[in-house]
Design a protein around this ligand. Sequence first.
Ligand SMILES: Cc1cc2nc3c(=O)[nH]c(=O)nc-3n(C[C@H](O)[C@H](O)[C@H](O)COP(=O)(O)O)c2cc1C
Length: 381
Amino acid sequence: MKKLSTVFVLILLLKITTVMAQENKARILVLIHSDNGGTYELAKEIASGIESGKNATAIIKQVKEAQNPKLKNIPIASVDELPSYDGIAFGSPVYFGNISTGMSEFLSKTVNLWTNHALEGMPATVFMSAGSGAGKELALNAFWNSLAVHGMVLVSNGIRGNETVNKSIPQGNTVLGITSMASLKDVERPTKDERGLAELQGRNFAKTALTLKGTFTKKQVIAANSEQSRDINELLKQKNIILPQVPQPAGNYKPYVRSGNLVFINQVALKDGKILNPGKLGVNVNENHVKEATKVTMLNVIAVLKEAVGGDLNKVKQCVQLTGIFNTKDDYTQHADLMNVASDLTVDIFGEKGKHARATLGASSIPVNSPVEIQAVFEVE
Ligand SMILES: Cc1cc2nc3c(=O)[nH]c(=O)nc-3n(C[C@H](O)[C@H](O)[C@H](O)COP(=O)(O)O)c2cc1C
């Protein structure tokens, strides 16, 4: 018994020590945009350098979903999470002597972080994948310009590690950060030396991040920022919300009508061409069936809405009103509970813009025996 409790105490101590060690580690985001994977190759080296000293953790994320299968499984970063790290290594392709459009779009969503001083004092370092290398220093400089505006502490490479670089071929070493020149094919890119310098950059950056850890306030810029930076199309992907095909009208009407800035939509619980859980609540379907059907109906509404805004749900300004009509018996009173499924989904997707006026009512029958019908009014750009 005594032996058992000693083992238990030892395990507990080990666990506490492990948790404390984790907490003392610097958490560093390696945030990339990459089209063809060149930036990602450098990112992996940077990350391995960051983790080499065992006192920092590297998390590789990308600024948006990539089409390239090599990059498909890299998680997408949100703007809101940036202030939670101890440092950020930014990587991007060189586009016309500048940062890439994808990285630029992401940074343009950080206005609220900027005005709230949320990244001030946090260390940053940059790396880039170029083609021929034309304008690579200009591009790195452009990266620094944006990050300097945020008040980040910019960590350069200087000539660190250059002594051992093979100088008989063009290499992507620069004083601001490592680059690689993907279109120079005489050797595989990134070259062995470019990879080595990227690793060194990561290692040095981790040291700086660890030293500065705790010296700047990790501000949580909430609500307003997340509202402004919320990219609804990306958010649907992150939350794995898959919109169905737009149901086709069964008569002489349209899936939606736009009048001025308002879009009017009515949908029932059609899923894959059939009504999901058809029937009357309390007779042949229960509340869970109706809630399931309500979610499907609201997804149909949002699919139609997406068509109405030309595929870009960021153009939705406000969900103005939702009306839920449920196929119920005369004495049923819990309609609001059923409709919450649609309301919660709308707020989950659109945030503040998803908050709406609402009506719910029961009906003795609903077309095609759907358990629910939703009428929706949205204001759009
Ligand atoms: C729009 C555009 C502009 C580019 N401009 C430059 C440039 O100015 N200099 C350069 O060396 N490469 C340039 N490139 C090439 C990319 O930087 C290069 O293909 C890079 O390796 C891509 O990185 P990735 O593999 O991470 O997508 C450009 C590519 C595109 C698509």
